[in-house]
Ligand binder design. Structure first.
Ligand SMILES: Cc1cc2nc3c(=O)[nH]c(=O)nc-3n(C[C@H](O)[C@H](O)[C@H](O)COP(=O)(O)O)c2cc1C
Length: 388
């Protein structure tokens, strides 16, 4: 991304709107510029957050991130796409995360833990068990496990017998996140993972109380959020990607609108800190039978009016100028950036001081890849900041 902020017409766009503090749940974040969850595959082999991860998050807190969302963090030892994504199911992981939240807080930022279960997208290692609402294998994405040895494709999952077993795992992880010093938790309800699978008729064909109507398909997300609220109160949030496409997700438009309007309205009644709307990304949406797998539509316009209490954040291809405009017009309270934070540790400071966003993303190093002997620091903690 190369954006000349100096070239922006500062007469028509008030960028200072991005730097107003905001109450999110019961904490105040210093600005409206969040850092979105990004898996970077730099934990240790026992899925322990590493010293290097601490450096990475500290760099971005010092760079002015108002609210940092941790990379997706496993709530239990089920398999993931990567061998080095972190977990939060045991006390060693809690202690390691605490070192990270401590330095982030010292640098003036707040941090949420993104709680993650992959459902049918899990790798069958380490215990051979892959669960989903229904026994439907995710299609496509044959490269999905290319960072791992062994099985390379998604497998047919077992239908979850009692979803409350999984709800409890989310709650236990929230208890651990609290002990680790996080300010809240974001439930990963996007990108085709477990919570999303319950919402989506292409992964959920259950005929019990957890499938069928929008009311029943949204039940799992609501139960998870309620359970986490018992731990964190209002400091619980949800990320959703109704437009789908990624990881074999997505429904026809009317079914999508019916499902997600019901979801956000019910979620909003629970009292969440924020709801994050992850916009459609054409690059992550495969063409299947000549058309897109996903259902692109305007998320802020479609769902914003159904969210009355929770703050609305938007993520996905947002530019600083667009962010300021969305906030000025009160369509959203704040924004998350993903890739721009990845390659600019000082993103918020650059925006504030009108500096260029000119660090190119080192694509081959997005996920480290220890199997290939890649130095985990490269393309992770070595992006330069500018001098102020
Ligand atoms: C390397 C990488 C890893 C990501 N990992 C996650 C993740 O763990 N959890 C998640 O919710 N989104 C993940 N995302 C999506 C981002 O959070 C964000 O929603 C997306 O990149 C769109 O924002 P952007 O256009 O500003 O990059 C990831 C994106 C990238 C580029």
């Amino acid at each position: 991304m190369s954006t000349s902020l100096e070239a922006a017409d500062s007469d028509t766009m008030d960028m200072s709107l991005l730097f107003q503090p905001l109450e999110v749940g019961d904490v105040t974040i210093p600005n409206r510029i969040g850092m979105s969850a990004m898996s970077r595959n730099r934990a240790d082999p026992k899925r322990m957050p590493s010293h290097l991860m601490k450096k990475y998050y500290l760099q971005r807190a010092l760079g002015g991130a108002g609210l940092i969302i941790s990379e997706a963090t496993l709530i239990s030892p089920h398999g993931a796409q990567f061998d080095r994504c972190p977990g939060i199911w045991n006390s060693e992981q809690v202690a390691a995360w605490k070192k990270i939240t401590n330095v982030v807080h010292l640098a003036g930022s707040k941090m949420y833990c993104q709680l993650w279960h992959l459902g049918r997208l899990s790798h069958p290692d380490p215990n051979g068990m892959v669960y989903s609402p229904s026994a439907i294998q995710a299609s496509g994405e044959k490269y999905c496990f290319h960072y791992l040895l062994g099985e390379l494709d998604f497998v047919v999952p077992s239908a979850i017998e009692d979803p409350f077993v999984l709800v409890k795992q989310f709650k236990d992880a929230a208890v651990n996140a609290k002990a680790a010093g996080f300010d809240g938790v974001e439930i990963h309800g996007a990108a085709g993972f477990l919570v999303h699978q319950f919402l989506d008729t292409s992964a959920n064909i259950r005929t019990d109380e957890w499938g069928g109507s929008p009311e029943k398909r949204t039940r799992f997300a609501l139960e998870v959020l309620k359970a986490c609220k018992e731990v964190f109160g209002i400091n619980v949030s949800l990320k959703i990607s109704p437009a789908g496409g990624f990881n074999d997700s997505g429904m026809p438009l009317q079914e999508t609108l019916d499902t997600y309007r019901h979801l956000v309205a019910e979620v909003d009644k629970l009292g969440l800190s924020y709801i994050s709307l992850y916009r459609h990304n054409a690059h992550k949406d495969p063409i299947v039978d000549g058309k897109r797998r996903g259902t692109p539509h305007d998320l802020v316009a479609s769902y914003g009016p159904y969210i009355k209490q929770s703050k609305i954040f938007v993520v996905g291809g947002v530019t600083p100028m667009e962010a300021a405009e969305l906030i000025r017009t009160e369509q959203v309270a704040g924004v998350f950036f993903g890739m721009p934070w990845l390659s600019h540790p000082d993103l918020a400071k650059r925006i504030k001081h009108g500096k260029n966003l000119d660090n190119l993303v080192a694509m081959p190093f997005l996920y480290g890849d220890t199997q290939a002997g890649v130095d985990p620091r490269v393309g992770y903690t070595d992006y330069p900041s500018v001098t102020y």
